[in-house]
Design a protein around this ligand. Structure first.
Ligand SMILES: Nc1ncnc2c1ncn2[C@@H]1O[C@H](COP(=O)(O)OP(=O)(O)O)[C@@H](O)[C@H]1O
Ligand SMILES: [Mg+2]
Length: 407
């Protein structure tokens, strides 16, 4: 399964210079876990980390100026870390499968003389075949759209007879999207799909109560507005599997006996929750926010073709704390399953955090300059010792060992 093992971000809002996990420059660090939870005070940079991943997907899809100008980003000048002059930079360390050689992709975005964002630098590197260590080989290296690309599977200069000189006409678009051979190369296609598929979930129970006209939709959207349409897709495409999924989910939601679907007279799809103690079912309009939310998250994790990389913002909002260990556990299982998504969660919930290991929890705080600092819980010396003694992670949190990272 595709895996982002590490990344560096520079000058993206409060992320002035952060590295998480393993990169070519940080080979001694552990790769990012399949699921990570990011905790820290308000304004520390949790959502910004998720948005940075969404930004990369947007750069691939629509070009860098469009990505900067997205309504919630407000342009390059607002994105670049205040007080900094250099380009916004990314380095992603990615593996297509557990045993493929890692790819490292770097991107620098700057402003041109007309004040328009453009791709200042782009580089793709991969370790040479058969080598576990040593410097990687660049098979794309561009500055201001000019440079060299190596087609085919060459991973050394000797092999690379098919070296191409490149001069890109459009400096807003990425070379890995527009350069013919390279853009079609399976390893690049897989890498792009990984980022373009980025999916952010910020589930709002109220939206899921809408009763859209029937019509199957393959994926649940960000706020859960198309919950009924997504249910219809699952039911139609995989009826046997879906019945099992509903039975499994019903067991996880307190008080719920069974979940079924029915059609209304005008053809809309209704989700029926059969509660213990009541003969008649409840519909999505009447079940509690918490039940609906848990239902939506659990169903999101059952997507038969999940996005390879997903972000989930503060899943605890509106959920009873006793449900959070279940939810964290289900997310972890999904992330670790063979075709499951890699998951980044932001949370303020100690209950959620307790269901994870110290390798899966990252703490973010701002330094005196207002820059975000990320540290893995497992790398804080006191945390390591105390967890080894069997202390839950949240007890360290309240004891103040997660410096300033209070919920
Ligand atoms: N261009 C910028 N340079 C530096 N800091 C920024 C920039 N844009 C936003 N910020 C800061 O980033 C923080 C927002 O972080 P956010 O990721 O929303 O926090 P949270 O951890 O609560 O999700 C705010 O404190 C804001 O001041
Ligand atoms: Mg936030």
């Amino acid at each position: 399964m595709a895996h982002l093992e590490g990344l560096t971000i520079r000058r993206y809002r409060a992320l002035a210079d952060v590295t998480l996990g393993m990169t070519f420059e940080h080979q001694d660090a552990d790769p990012l876990a399949r699921i990570i939870a990011v905790i820290g005070p308000n304004g520390a940079g949790k959502s910004t980390l998720l948005d940075a991943l969404g930004f990369l997907g947007d750069c691939m899809r629509g070009g860098v100026d469009e990505a900067c100008d997205a309504a919630h980003r407000g342009g390059f000048e607002r994105l670049r870390t205040k007080g900094e002059r250099g380009p916004i930079e990314f380095e992603l360390y990615y593996r297509e499968t557990e045993d493929s050689r890692p790819i490292s992709y770097s991107l620098a975005i700057d402003l041109d003389r007309k004040g328009r964002p453009f791709v200042a630098k782009e580089r793709l590197r991969q370790r040479r075949k058969g080598l576990k260590r040593g410097m990687p080989f660049s098979f794309l290296e561009l500055k201001r759209g000019r440079g060299l690309a190596w087609a085919g599977d060459a991973t050394s200069e000797e092999e690379a007879a098919d070296k191409l000189s490149v001069n890109l006409p459009d400096h807003q678009r990425l070379g890995i999207v527009t350069l013919g051979n390279l853009a079609e190369h399976p390893r690049i296609v897989a890498f792009r799909e990984f980022l373009e598929g980025w999916y952010l979930s910020y589930f709002v129970p109220q939206s899921a109560r809408l009763l859209p006209m029937s019509g199957a939709q393959k994926h649940l959207d960000r706020a859960g507005q198309n919950l009924a349409n997504y249910v219809q897709h699952l039911e139609r495409a995989h009826p046997d599997r879906f019945a099992k999924v509903l039975a499994r989910i019903a067991k996880r939601i307190p008080g719920v006996r069974t979940i079924k679907t029915a059609k209304s007279d005008d053809g809309r799809l209704l989700i029926q929750f059969n509660d213990r103690g009541f003969e008649d079912p409840f519909y999505a309009q009447d079940v509690s926010d918490g039940s609906l939310k848990l239902f939506a998250y659990l169903l999101l994790l059952e997507d038969p073709e999940p996005a390879p990389l997903i972000g989930i913002e503060e899943p605890e909002n509106g959920l009873h704390h006793q449900l959070l260990p279940t939810l964290a556990d289900e997310m972890r299982k999904a992330a670790e399953s063979p075709r499951g998504p890699q998951i980044f969660v932001t949370t303020h919930s100690p209950y959620f955090v307790d269901a994870l290991s110290a390798e899966q929890v990252w703490i973010v705080n701002k330094d005196e300059r207002g820059h975000s600092r990320f540290e893995r819980a497992a790398d804080q010396p006191t945390v390591k010792d105390l967890v080894a003694e069997g202390m839950p992670l949240s007890s360290l949190w309240s004891a103040g060992d997660f410096k300033h990272a209070n919920p």
